[in-house]
Design a protein around this ligand. Structure first.
Ligand code: GAP
Length: 503
């Protein structure tokens, strides 16, 4: 079902360049202000991370590039920003209260607690229905820590974070119970009619949302890959239920592969995973995951990959479950709490139905990590020193141009450099830096992925020109100050900048 061209392109191109492992990125990210361990001064908080000055720019650039790609450049997608805390009933009827749980097991030997469905031997080879506890009992499932098969039976643990609404709420008061959303998607479904009617939309159309989600993950870890608080970029694409839309999943997979490529990710580091039936989420009839090679250091090729995003065919499951009208075999309302029917009336056929949904759901943090890993490279200069160069796509680079004075003790040069920085700021993100010798300043900018360094020297005072140095080629060019903004914008043009552009 996956497009043949796509698969062969991925399989025939096995050469990849990336960071050697996630730890290299963890150390770069901390050293250079991308990502810090959260609450570090109090000993940290398991798997929580804070974005620093450069990380917040990178993450914002990814989110803005995504929003622009879907909401601005297409004519069939609207945006929303719904609440994180929704009425508890949303999670009852979405199925999350009953089914959004992970199976847990404990190892009796090394005392680790783990997600059972991530362990070797949990699923039978060749798929099909199975009894997990029987497999655990028969010693077919292995502890990820010590390899023992002496594991407890599995038990279920709901991953939604609970909270109580209202200052006087009693801990056990079920009417005050609320959850932090575990996906942004439900905020879209419950607003389907609001968006469709206010924006006068006809099918097909989509609704996009970017924002925080929360899951009390059993085994978070691997830096920002799996955390309990994370950000999602989700889009629900509503279509007529005229057929089962398995092929639309492939179409969105192909679009997203192109999008990731446009962000600078090498397609050799991406691959597709058709989620087997028994592993599908409760709402999905088909899901294809786009995987990224987050673990290139692992010898076993199959263990190098982890999900970057998923594209699911959710059918009419959510709109129907949140609607007041559907009834069961005995004629009783399936959802007696909803006050709305989230169906759609098709003027052309005079038919009313619940639209079907294709959902591309991507993680911001996982995209940040994939982009950083893919951009990582090392280069040796003529003195034999190895430097890190972050070959970020210029549209994602936190800083587009660094303005560097060659002599920081010359007020005229410093003044000119600062004035150039200020003049560029309205068109692109620029910084001024005089905290080191020029070689060091270049190296620092290379390491954070700044595409251009602009050097102001003694001659600049005479000829009103500066040197523009390219991050990737280290080639230098002399450019008149009056032409500098246009020159940089022209070179950045293939990568639309997400900062405000001035014509
Ligand atoms: N609405 C569908 C949905 O939420 P999902 O596959 O559970 O689907 C979508 O999540 C994406 O969100 C994942 O592919 C991943 O990029 C990101 N994500 C999910 N859980 C995460 C976590 N604990 N930490 C970081 N990112 C996560």
């Amino acid at each position: 079902m996956l497009p043949c061209g796509l698969i062969s392109r991925i399989l025939l191109n096995p050469v990849f360049v990336t960071a050697p492992n996630i730890d290299t990125i963890v150390s770069l990210a901390k050293r250079r202000g991308f990502v810090f361990p959260s609450s570090e001064i109090y000993g940290g908080l398991g798997s929580a991370w804070d974005y620093g000055p450069l990380g917040v720019e990178l993450a914002n650039n990814i989110k803005q590039a995504w929003w622009r790609w879907l909401v601005y450049e297409r004519d069939d997608i609207e945006g929303v920003d719904s609440s994180i805390i929704l009425n508890r009933l949303v999670w009852k009827y979405s199925g999350h209260e009953a089914t959004f749980h992970d199976p847990l097991v404990d190892c009796r030997e090394c005392k680790s607690r783990m997600r059972a469905d991530k362990l070797e031997g949990y699923f039978p080879e060749g798929g099909g229905p199975f009894d997990a506890n029987a497999r655990l009992h028969d010693g077919l499932v292995k502890c990820a820590e010590c390899g023992s098969t002496n594991l407890t039976e599995e038990r279920y643990f709901n991953m939604m974070f609970r909270t109580m609404l209202g200052a006087l709420a009693d801990e056990d008061d079920p009417t005050a119970l609320a959850y932090l959303r575990p996906e942004t998607a439900q905020g879209i479904f419950i607003n389907f009619l609001n968006v469709q009617t206010t924006m006068r939309r006809k099918l097909p159309f989509g609704i996009a949302q970017v924002g925080k989600s929360f899951r009390n993950e059993v085994t978070p870890g691997n830096f920002i890959l799996r955390t309990r608080e994370f950000e999602q970029m989700e889009m629900e694409y509503f279509v007529k239920p005229e057929a089962e839309h398995f092929k639309l999943v492939d179409e969105w997979v192909a679009l997203y592969l192109e999008w990731f490529k446009g962000l600078g990710i090498d397609t050799a580091n991406l691959r597709l995973h058709e989620v087997p039936k028994e592993e599908l989420a409760h709402y999905s009839k088909r899901t294809v995951d786009i995987m990224y090679r987050y673990f290139p250091e692992r010898e076993e090729e199959g263990r190098q990959w982890e999900e970057l995003m998923g594209i699911a065919y959710r059918t009419d499951f959510d709109l129907r479950s949140h609607s007041s009208k559907p009834t069961d075999e005995e004629g009783k309302r399936v959802n007696p709490d909803s006050t709305e029917d989230l169906s759609y009336f098709d003027e052309s056929t005079k038919q009313r139905f619940y639209p079907h949904v294709i959902e591309p759901a991507a993680g911001v943090n996982r995209t940040v990590l994939a982009v950083l890993m893919d951009a990582y490279s090392e280069k040796t200069n003529d003195k034999g020193e190895t430097r890190v160069i972050l070959k970020l796509s210029p549209q994602l680079a936190p800083i587009k141009a660094a303005i560097l004075p060659l002599a920081k003790n010359k007020p005229e040069i410093v003044g000119m450099a600062k004035a150039i920085k200020r003049s560029l700021q309205p068109v692109l993100r620029a910084v001024y830096d005089d905290t080191g010798g020029i070689g060091k300043l270049y190296a620092r900018q290379d390491e954070i992925g700044t595409p251009f360094c602009v050097t102001v020297d003694h001659q600049s005072l005479e000829d009103e020109a500066v040197t523009v140095r390219d991050r990737d080629t280290w080639e230098q060019e002399r450019v008149k100050v009056a032409d500098l903004a246009e020159h940089l914008l022209k070179r950045l043009k293939p990568y639309p900048i997400v900062a405000p552009e001035v014509s």
